[in-house]
Design a protein around this ligand. Structure first.
Ligand SMILES: Nc1ncnc2c1ncn2[C@@H]1O[C@H](COP(=O)(O)OP(=O)(O)OP(=O)(O)O)[C@@H](O)[C@H]1O
Ligand SMILES: [Mg+2]
Length: 633
């Protein structure tokens, strides 16, 4: 919990210090009350004292109480403010941390856990700051201060208070011993609930199709019972606390008066009055001492959970992505579009065996290099190393003649159009999905969009247009801003249209209500698998990257569409180097080079014709898919 406090800003620390002042003020005022009470007692007991003096003392008491209330309100306000802004900062830090994660880091935390960590866990921390932090300060100050005030007012009474405190401490310690481990597991159990609920929602279709509602419900009930049980246990244990405190407090009061009665009886008549007023004061101070312990125990309810939560949040914040960005933005001159693997081996984090072993190949600019191999042979693994979703464990992956680790990752990924094996669409429109991640400033060495030369005035204006800014305004001109934006919008629409056409998606996009502006539901659930794939392809083509990476992206397309897409690509993206993973020989037969993978190793490399002669694995795949006539051709 302490470690997370270093994320507090200076302003928040300042506010907390101000809050501390109010806390001290409140304690001081609270402890002032018994003094006036003692005055009133003395006045009442003294014959001939004026009513006016009693009123004055009473008035002061009222004033002090009001002051105490005001301090409490101020403290609460400050604490809530700090907690809210701190919570907000932690959330955005966590969001940023998660955004920087690659698949390797995502594998470490489950999605459900990341959700709990950025919602419930931060709420716990926030709650602790709102309620606990200032209590944590207040309770000891109050206890010590009250103890100092009563010290020397009577040995017997002090002893009684000491016994009461000891009983309380033992009780609290016992309770904590029971409850703390449960608090620790609470957040993990919340993760489990999230996990089951999430899986149930994401896999809804399968759950329905397999009549697995009952099974899912059982799983949820199981997770739910675990959390409920723990919550009930801790709440019940904590519920014991209050009556216990009350009993001890009342018992102490009783003891103070009992002892007082004996003392007063034994004392001389002149001392009796002092003793009596001392007793009244003492009883209210001892209440304060017990109150302080009560508050402290409340802190103990909040602290363990917040502490666990702080750990979990720090774990996320402290996880540095394994893919560290370099600084290079340019490849070697004249080698734009080359991809080379030099003796690359790769082991998944946590796996014992390497998945790729000593893979080497080269793709020259504009070439098509295809990868084929059985399921699980490592094709996706290999291709994921190009945009640095993972880093090679051994060897080098070079893009444009430069090791990918030297590049600024944004510059590297800006060169690559990546179509993942599992198409992902975002909620929005067809157009927003195709132009996804469109960052005009980074639109790399494109096929038809050239980066403007910013050393000229016209170039700068063009850049401003691309960036969506009003290029003319900075030149002191006016009025034509709308025109520039309009141009950009129509230019963009044209490019989206082209990309959609290359991916052969126009035939169904045109039929959709709204065309390019047709809505796409979350996860693309309102389009078919093959349509999703085609939109994913369009998204990659839209960027006009140097390198296009297709991970089995033609698998859901029928043969005719598959061919049409490849032909359109050969025209539109002829300059781009294409890395294609495929299961169908037909898709890759015409590739400049085919790399055959088997269990993470390259077992053959060459053209279709060469491989038929030289590579047994390839020939088997070919024979299983092509007719004798096709093979002979
Ligand atoms: N994130 C991961 N962590 C650990 N192992 C993984 C991970 N992803 C894949 N693997 C393992 O790596 C192997 C190769 O997987 P990969 O996805 O590269 O196969 P593939 O050739 O693309 O197969 P497919 O044709 O089915 O897509 C598999 O055996 C799989 O178990
Ligand atoms: Mg794969």
């Amino acid at each position: 919990m302490l470690r997370i406090c270093r994320y507090l800003s200076k302003a928040e620390i300042g506010q907390l210090l101000a809050g501390l002042l109010f806390v001290v003020g409140q304690v001081w005022l609270d402890l002032k009350l018994p003094d006036y009470m003692s005055d009133i007692t003395t006045l009442v007991e003294t014959e001939g004292s004026a009513m006016r003096d009693i009123w004055i003392a009473g008035g002061k008491m009222l004033g002090v109480s009001l002051g105490s209330v005001m301090c409490a309100v101020a403290t609460g306000f400050i604490a809530a403010r700090v907690a809210a802004s701190f919570g907000q900062r932690l959330r955005s830090l966590e969001f940023r941390a998660v955004e920087s994660f690659g698949p390797a880091e995502m594998g470490r935390f489950s999605t459900a856990s990341l959700i709990t960590r950025s919602t419930n866990d931060i709420t716990q921390i926030q709650m602790f700051i709102t309620m606990g932090l200032l209590l944590l300060v207040r309770a000891p100050i109050m206890a010590v201060w009250a103890l100092v005030k009563i010290a020397g007012k009577g040995v017997d009474w002090t002893l009684a208070t000491g016994v009461a405190v000891a009983i309380l401490m033992v009780a609290v310690a016992l309770l904590m011993w029971q409850v703390l481990p449960k608090f620790r597991s609470m957040q993990r159990l919340t993760d489990d609930i999230n996990d089951v609920a999430r899986e149930n929602l994401v896999g809804l279709r399968v759950v329905r199709a397999y009549n697995a509602e009952g099974f899912q419900e059982d799983r949820f009930t199981h997770a739910n019972d675990a959390l409920t049980g723990t919550q009930l246990f801790t709440n019940r244990a904590m519920a014991v606390m209050m009556p216990l405190m009350n009993t001890v407090m009342n018992g102490l009061m009783l003891a103070v008066y009992w002892i007082g009665a004996y003392l007063i009886q034994a004392a001389a008549a002149t001392d009796r009055l002092t003793l009596f007023s001392n007793m009244v004061v003492f009883s209210s101070y001892s209440v304060q001492v017990i109150m302080a312990f009560l508050l402290m125990s409340m802190v103990f309810v909040l602290l363990p959970r917040a502490d666990v939560s702080a750990h979990r949040v720090l774990e996320v914040l402290g996880t540095k992505p394994s893919v560290v960005s370099g600084t290079r933005t340019e490849g070697e001159p004249g080698r734009a579009g080359t991809v080379e693997f030099r003796d690359v081996s790769f082991t998944y984090p946590g796996a014992r065996e390497p998945m790729l072993r000593h893979v080497s190949f080269q793709a020259d600019p504009g070439q098509t290099v295809a990868f084929i191999g059985s399921t699980g042979s490592g094709k996706s693994t290999l291709i994921n190393l190009v945009p640095r979703l993972y880093d090679a464990t051994e060897g080098q992956v070079l893009v444009d003649g430069v090791d990918v680790r030297e590049y600024d990752v944004r510059a590297l990924r800006g060169r690559i159009g990546y179509v993942p094996q599992k198409s992902v669409l975002f909620s929005g429109t067809v157009s927003s999905n195709v132009s996804y991640g469109d960052d005009p400033a980074r639109r790399g060495a494109g096929l038809d969009v050239e980066l403007p030369d910013t050393s000229t005035r016209a170039g700068r204006r063009r850049e401003a247009e691309l960036l969506g800014r009003d290029g003319t305004a900075t030149d002191g001109g006016s009025g034509s801003g709308d025109g520039a934006n309009g141009n950009e919008a129509s230019d963009r629409r044209d490019r989206v249209q082209r990309a959609v056409h290359v991916a052969q998606a126009d035939e169904f996009v045109d039929r959709m209500e709204g065309g390019l502006e047709a809505p796409i539901a979350q996860g693309g659930s309102n389009v078919s698998g093959g349509q999703k794939q085609r939109l994913s392809i369009a998204r990659a083509v839209f960027r006009h990257p140097e390198i296009l990476v297709f991970d089995d992206s033609f698998s859901a397309l029928d043969f005719r569409t598959d061919r049409a897409v490849r032909e359109a690509l050969a025209g539109e993206a002829r300059d781009a180097t294409k890395l294609i993973v495929a299961q169908r020989i037909g898709t890759i037969m015409d590739a400049d080079r085919i790399v055959v993978l088997d269990d993470g190793r390259v077992v053959g490399q060459g053209t279709h014709r060469e491989l038929l002669g030289s590579c047994e694995v390839y020939r088997q795949i070919a024979e299983s898919q092509l007719t004798a006539k096709e093979l002979a051709a």
